[in-house]
Design a protein around this ligand. Sequence first.
Ligand code: E4P
Length: 225
Amino acid sequence: MKFFIDTASVSEIREALAMGLLDGVTTNPSLIAKEKRGFRETVEEILSIVPGPVSIEVVATDYKGMLAEAREIVRMGENAVVKIPLTLEGIKATKALSEGGVKVNNTLCFSPLQALLSAKAGAAYISPFVGRLDDRGHEGMEIVRDIRGIYDNYDFRTELLVASVRSPLHVLEAARIGADVATVPYAVLCDLIKHPLTDVGLAKFLEDWKKVGETVIRETAGAAR
Ligand code: E4P
């Protein structure tokens, strides 16, 4: 499963890159606004430091406007993926852009039927928002399971990208279901490695090691060579 980070913060992206775990980035207008920098400046920096796909969302809501913004977005970097919302205009734009070789990430997906249309339109990624469904009392991961089944039934190539991830449990479930990608906030990415038993176990090992009374690196090794 690929890990994308869901942020427009360049410092968070650099930290995640340093972990060696980052396969791509997803942004949205709210995440861009949170950074309080210029849109173009932010996006171009992200595109230049990330070796993988970076999703950037259109804000036009009509077909022509979406296509015009998509053209502008793909000019910013060859790893740019155009994020398009799942509306009627959006699905038309997805079809046209995908046929023209532009990678589209269909966003704001809240039902398996929207995901079916997205795949038929040729989107590169479908982004079901699991956290926002959970917030409304619907089990978000249920639609991820449905989408996996539907895509496998017909061998659709669209990658299943679990979005609106709020906790490590969402990531675990996404991996169990066989999602292709999880896009996670930086804090969740860090939480994935944490376990109290790891910390307790490490403290005990280090305490016991003191009884050995040696160092792993021979103190004279450098001098002897
Ligand atoms: C994904 O591409 C979206 O930007 C994001 O996951 C939305 O998450 P939120 O529901 O936490 O805002």
